[in-house]
Design a binder for this molecule. Structure first.
Ligand code: PLP
Length: 358
């Protein structure tokens, strides 16, 4: 058995050898001209991927810390959370642990976030922040950002919008400036196709200004501290330099592929996976219109023996997902993002079928 099976789980995702080699570039000093040049290059690249001129902070810890960062730099009155899956629920726990006044709009897993619900709650005037997950990794549910953007710009221009794009950034087109997202966060182990332990956020002028007026936000997650170092193309503390080299490499790959082609590739892989599942008589966990481009969550109405398939695939050198938490066995996910291309997906689904029929 291969002790390092190819990953088709929704994070960490597959990291090919060429990317691993970039991560093994020799270390450089973190207060040098070399690192500033590297960071400048990366920031430009990420701004292009996110269609934004916002500041981009490069952060050497998991995205979970950015949930807290977003909140600590924005909440004064209270925060409105949209909870439609495991990760949005965890974000709620973070804001509760920080002691913020919050309201939770709860959805059944598999449902997308709805603009009317947000409107109803924001109209109370009790919340100055909206927090939501764009692509719920637990269920493969992608919410529409455009209607929410229109609502916020027309009726609630002062509300600060925090968006978790952990499993969509670099895999799904999100135009940050056009949408007016104030804080968008991701980690690197999903569609960026790098190892975990590093994260990225885009930060608008609006949240940055708000941060100035907030007291007791600590030091480590303070956007104003990041800003000070950002102006020198550095980071407040010693960064994970391997991740920086890895990011540079991935950005070069993205440049070679072309952004439009990258978005198209992810949509094509989604369509392929969905047709494959439909043909086998399965359905989908996420509601129609909210099915993710990076993860397909298949509702196992055919009662396939998921553990058997999992073990057979492992013998063949592939790691499959068996379903998140309470969904295990009932709905499983196929991740098609980052360094996974159509040929990889086709090979995986071919092996999947063999495992099923074994
Ligand atoms: N948000 C979403 C949507 C996720 O899928 C995950 C991890 O899977 C996280 C946040 C947490 O990311 P990290 O493990 O980098 O803290």
């Amino acid at each position: 058995m291969n002790s390092f099976p190819k990953l088709f789980i929704p994070g960490p995702t597959h990291v090919p050898k060429s990317v691993m080699e970039a991560l093994a570039t020799p270390q450089i000093g973190h207060r040098t001209e070399e690192i500033s040049n590297l960071i400048k290059y990366i920031i430009k690249g990420i701004q292009k991927v996110l269609y934004t001129e916002n500041n981009i902070y490069l952060i050497s810890h998991a995205a979970t810390g950015l949930w807290e960062m977003g909140l600590r730099n924005s909440v004064d009155k209270g925060v409105l959370h949209c909870d439609n899956g495991a990760f949005s629920s965890k974000w709620v726990k973070v804001s509760q642990a920080c002691g913020y006044k919050n309201k939770i709009i709860e959805y059944e897993w598999g449902n997308g976030v709805k603009v009317d619900d947000i409107d109803r709650q924001l109209s109370t005037g009790e919340y100055n922040v909206l927090a939501m997950v764009h692509n719920e990794t637990s269920t493969g549910t992608m919410s529409d950002l455009e209607d929410i953007s229109n609502l916020l710009s027309s009726k609630y221009p002062d509300v600060i919008w925090l968006v978790d794009a952990v499993s969509s950034m670099a895999g799904i087109k999100v135009e940050v400036d056009k949408l007016g997202i104030d804080f968008m966060l991701s980690s690197t182990q999903k569609a960026w196709g790098l190892p975990a332990g590093f994260s990225i956020c885009s930060v608008s002028e609006k949240i940055s200004k708000k941060s100035e007026s907030i007291k007791n936000k600590g030091y480590f997650l303070d956007l104003k501290v990041y800003e000070k170092y950002y102006n020198k193309f550095q980071t407040p503390s010693t960064p994970s330099i391997p991740h920086l080299f890895g990011l540079k490499h991935i950005l070069d790959l993205i440049e070679d592929e072309g952004l439009d082609q990258r978005w198209k590739r992810h949509i094509e892989m989604k369509d392929y996976t969905m047709s494959w599942a439909k043909e086998k008589g399965q359905t989908f966990f996420a509601e129609e219109g909210c099915r993710s481009n990076t993860i397909t969550c298949i509702k196992n109405i055919q009662n396939w023996d998921i553990d058997k398939i999992y073990n057979k695939l492992l013998e063949k050198g592939f790691r499959m997902d068996r379903g998140y938490g309470k969904l295990r066995g009932k709905a499983f996910r196929i991740a098609h993002m980052g360094n996974i291309f159509m040929e990889d997906l086709q090979e995986y689904l071919h092996e999947f079928e063999k495992a099923m029929n074994a």
